[in-house]
Design a protein around this ligand. Sequence first.
Ligand SMILES: [Zn+2]
Length: 289
Amino acid sequence: MNCNLCQETKYKTYLNPYHWRKTKQIFSVVECENCGHLYTKDAPSEDAIGAYYDSETYISHTDSNKSLFDKVYNGIKKYMLAKKYAWITRFVPRGTLIDYGAGSGAFVKYVADRGRKAIGLEIAEAGRKTAKELYGIELYEPNELKNMDDESVSVFTMWHVLEHIYQPEKLIKEIHRVLDKNGVLVVAVPNPLSWDAKHYKEDWAAWDVPIHISHFKPSVIKNFMEKNEFHCIQTKGMPFDAFYISLVSNENKYGHKKPITGFINGLKSQLHGIKTGNYSSQVYIFRKN
Ligand SMILES: [Zn+2]
């Protein structure tokens, strides 16, 4: 695989994380010698990648309200829905929203319940099925995007999705086409320059190879988006991701979540984010030029 942002073939090995979800197979993350992008070298093809995902990814947590972990998880999920909605409303108070990679549709449901038109696109059939069963909403396949009219959408969101995309430029161009004048694109991705990424190195859970194809450094994603006629109007940190990623990374490193260390490292990462702007997971708000 060449650099999936600029097609350059030359690269340097950056680090060798592993598929912690199942196989423990090692994959190289390399740095493009042209644009500086970090990408997963020799990731499986789009047809073969399904086997590397967890089968439980789309099982809803809402009806398993049993353990403390589930309760905390659900509380955070609810809080984050409101937070995401508030971020968007501030920049674009009305108009249609598309959530790309909608999962089981929780955010689409949240937006629609507030009287705003929301369309969810989801590649996984299991996600679309859960959305229908759980919320009674219809999600569509991502290739429906090409049937949408030019400048028909006000907000486009991708919460932890762009890092999975094989050809980001192709998608960004389509998004640019459907967004209206002054339309906003919100992208949340893990940050390989965060404190937790540097602390956990190969064990950092958010490398998530090989299902994460791209590992966006802030400067690289901004340059890439500028090349595609977007400009960044704000960045934010996802407040809970540093804690979650530290817990999972501990499990990778020590075979145990080590909740206290996980919490302390999450806090260290969060404070580092506030100080430097490099959060564990970064949210970028881009406006169409
Ligand atoms: Zn490149």
